[in-house]
Design a protein around this ligand. Structure first.
Ligand code: CP
Ligand code: NVA
Length: 309
């Protein structure tokens, strides 16, 4: 069981595995666009466990699994015994005896780690308080499609030091690009969570108090909601603290002329991003959302069947 490959955080795969997955996602996407069948997962079942709301993650995993010939089981806290205190370890033992793959969206990272430790099948992180690796995989794939390799490039993160920011830092170190992070005071990334053993160098991470300065000469500007799921009680305090951390046309103008804008969505126009930015020419948010499905198809295929080309 210890040889199982899970995907619980971005650092669970190597740079060479990502290179394979991005190539594979590109092939799988081309086939999808050409209405060409790609069904390597016939008779395989994905269990999807949602303890938080979702649109993109559910649709991308569910549609992706059906397209690959498999099927899905959808569970939420409210309609399963997970919400009635069945231990996560017992749930893992049972669910992983009946399915081939499990995707979980939950709160603490420790919860998904406990599930994985008792699972007979690979487990994928569909978002935790700490990380959102499938989203960053899709974001980097989207960058590559539009601009080529991300190695040596600069990403500006404007906003909360949250699960997305943590995962960007993991990716920067692993795939050798830089993230300029600007968060309000008190909402910094927790480097202990984001950065694996050995720390992170200034080639890969720099922190800025001024969001405009973080965007200077960036190749990609990105942000996320001011209040992530699970932190709703802080909504009003955050609204005030984050007022200056809205991605504006001025920030996009400080970035490189061909800089892209990304947002994992859902977005709040007029809060973390102005409408003219997210709906503007530099925004690739719809490609980014669609690419969740293509990279996750490549990921599911890889976790179940290994390298195929
Ligand atoms: N970006 C993302 O994970 O979206 P959902 O919350 O809709 O799944
Ligand atoms: N940081 C956000 C991402 C939503 C996809 C959250 O955790 O709610």
């Amino acid at each position: 069981m210890s040889t199982l490959q899970h995907y619980l955080q971005f650092t669970d795969l190597t740079a060479s595995q990502y290179a394979y997955l991005f190539d594979r996602a590109s092939l799988i996407k081309k086939k999808f666009k050409a209405y060409e069948k790609h069904q390597p997962l016939v008779d395989r079942t994905l269990a999807m466990i949602f303890e938080k709301a979702s649109t993109r993650t559910r649709v991308s995993f569910e549609a992706g699994m059906y397209q690959m010939g498999g099927s899905v089981v959808h569970l939420t806290t409210g309609d399963s015994q997970l919400g009635r205190s069945e231990p996560i370890e017992d749930s893992a033992r049972v669910i992983s005896r009946m399915t081939d793959l499990v995707m979980i969206r939950t709160f603490e990272q420790t919860k998904i780690e406990r599930f994985a430790a008792h699972s007979r099948v690979p487990v994928i992180n569909g978002l935790t308080n700490e990380f959102h690796p499938c989203q960053i995989m899709a974001d980097i794939f989207t960058f590559i499609e539009h601009r080529g390799s991300i190695q040596g490039k600069t990403v500006a993160w404007v906003g909360d030091g949250n699960n997305m920011a943590n995962t960007w830092l993991q990716a920067a170190k692993l795939l050798d690009f830089k993230v300029n992070v600007s968060t309000p005071q008190g909402y910094e990334v927790d480097e202990k969570i984001a950065v694996s053993a050995g720390g992170i160098s200034s080639d890969h991470y720099q922190s800025y108090s001024n969001p405009l300065a973080a965007c200077q000469d960036a190749d990609l500007v990105t942000t996320d909601v001011w209040t992530s799921m699970g932190y709703e009680a802080e909504n009003e305090v955050r609204r005030q603290a984050f007022a200056a951390w809205r991605v504006t046309a001025e920030m996009m103008a400080a970035a490189k002329p061909n800089a892209l804008f990304m947002h994992c969505l859902p977005a709040h126009r007029g809060e973390e991003v102005d409408a003219d930015v997210i709906d503007g020419a530099q925004s690739v948010v719809w490609d980014e959302a669609e690419n969740r499905m293509h990279v996750q198809k490549a990921l599911m295929e890889y976790l179940l069947l290994g390298r195929l080309s």
